[in-house]
Ligand binder design. Structure first.
Ligand code: ZN
Length: 375
């Protein structure tokens, strides 16, 4: 499995100039190749010999590859728009979708493949251009002890250098061996929600609640308020900063919840974690919950993905189940009815916390949909 680590880079002033020049030249070259391609001059057979750019050949190679994939994607979206318009016209609709804009790289970045950089002794080495010649520079980085351990015998993938929050960072992709999946053990059902971000029910009967829905909701409201205030005073950059900050916090929360879930699963000898299939999360929440505005489908999707890869690293498989009625069906008598507020009480006498019912039914579900979340 491929994972990535972000590493802070501490170049000298001189190195900083060199790296910035490289990044500028990199995105300029990609952009000009892309515009060349869409103006009718195919770049399908373009090689480093055809392009003059002030870049080390390894980076120029990567540039061409990037440009080709951007063009390919762009044409794919164009074809999609054409087909969409054709079907709209067929149905007699006057609405037409616009052709997609040509993507242009604006943020400074550059990609360096694994044969052209090295990570060693708190430094990364990679080539830049100095007076028209490709030369390797060795830039100081701060690695955490965890990263040192990860990188010590890692097989590296591509490295991307970008500016994040005004600092230069390297995002390093590395390969991790996946352990064999466990064949024996318990089953764990996870119900994802808003009031309770996650609830787990393990087949041996144990239950755990994760995260703090009320705190998350409060935080989102707080940021929404700040955004509104700044928007009315037209402080666009401040709005963007606040969005980024909120996203970072939400992401950290998802990392923590998914980590706790997998840790609990390992402690309870779980072999498979079952999750609701996303489409069902979407439809059940839309119908039944008031706090729609604070609901982001993608945040469920992201949390599910975090659980997926962390589980895999622990040798636990993940299954998605079709979970129609998971929060309504009584596990004892099978009858279906709505939960009353946070409690679920059945005519047969069975009663339980509503989110727990969901986790329990997901755990027991045999409605297998797949091993991957499709967005
Ligand atoms: Zn019942």
């Amino acid at each position: 499995m491929q994972l990535s680590e972000t590493v802070k880079v501490y170049p000298t002033e001189y190195q900083k100039t060199l790296i910035t020049q490289t990044m500028t030249e990199y995105i300029d070259t990609v952009n000009s190749l892309v515009s060349e391609a869409v103006s009718g001059h195919s770049i399908a057979k373009t090689t480093t010999a055809d392009v003059s750019a002030d870049l080390p050949s390894a980076l120029l190679n990567q540039c061409i590859r990037d440009a080709k994939s951007i063009v390919k994607k762009h044409y794919k979206y164009c074809r999609k728009a054409v087909l969409k318009n054709r079907s709209l016209a067929k149905r007699g609709s006057a609405i037409r979708t616009k052709a997609p804009n040509l993507p242009i790289l604006k943020k400074h970045c550059c990609y360096i493949n694994n044969q052209n950089y090295k990570v060693k002794n708190n430094c990364i080495e990679f080539p830049v251009m100095i007076d028209g010649k490709s030369k390797r520079i060795s830039v100081f980085v701060k690695l955490t002890d965890r990263q040192k351990a990860l990188f010590s015998d890692a097989k590296f993938g591509t490295m991307r250098i970008v500016i994040k929050n005004h600092t230069l960072v390297a995002q390093i992709v590395y390969e991790v061996a996946e352990p064999e999946l466990k064949l024996d053990g318990n089953v764990m059902g996870i119900d994802l929600g808003i009031k309770c971000p996650a609830v787990s029910y393990c087949s041996e009967g144990s239950v755990k609640f994760y995260g703090n829905g009320r705190k998350n909701k409060y935080m989102r409201r707080h940021y929404a308020y700040l955004r509104k205030k700044l928007q009315t005073s037209k402080k666009i950059n401040a709005v963007k900063r606040i969005n980024d900050k909120e996203q970072r916090i939400m992401r950290d929360i998802d990392h923590k919840i998914s980590h706790d879930i997998v840790e609990t699963a390992v402690a309870h000898n779980v072999k498979v974690i079952k999750l609701e299939h996303l489409q069902n999360i979407r439809s059940t929440t839309r119908k039944s919950r008031k706090n729609n505005h604070s609901l982001h489908t993608w945040s469920f999707y992201r949390l599910a993905q975090f659980i997926e890869y962390k589980a895999k690293l622990a040798g636990i498989s993940v299954e998605y189940v079709d979970s129609a009625y998971t929060s309504q069906r009584c596990p004892i008598c099978g009858s279906v009815h709505h939960a009353d507020d946070r409690n679920y009480t059945c005519e047969c006498g069975f009663h339980i916390h509503r989110d727990l019912l969901g986790a329990m039914n997901i755990c027991n579900s045999t409605e297998f949909v797949g091993n991957r979340q499709t967005a």
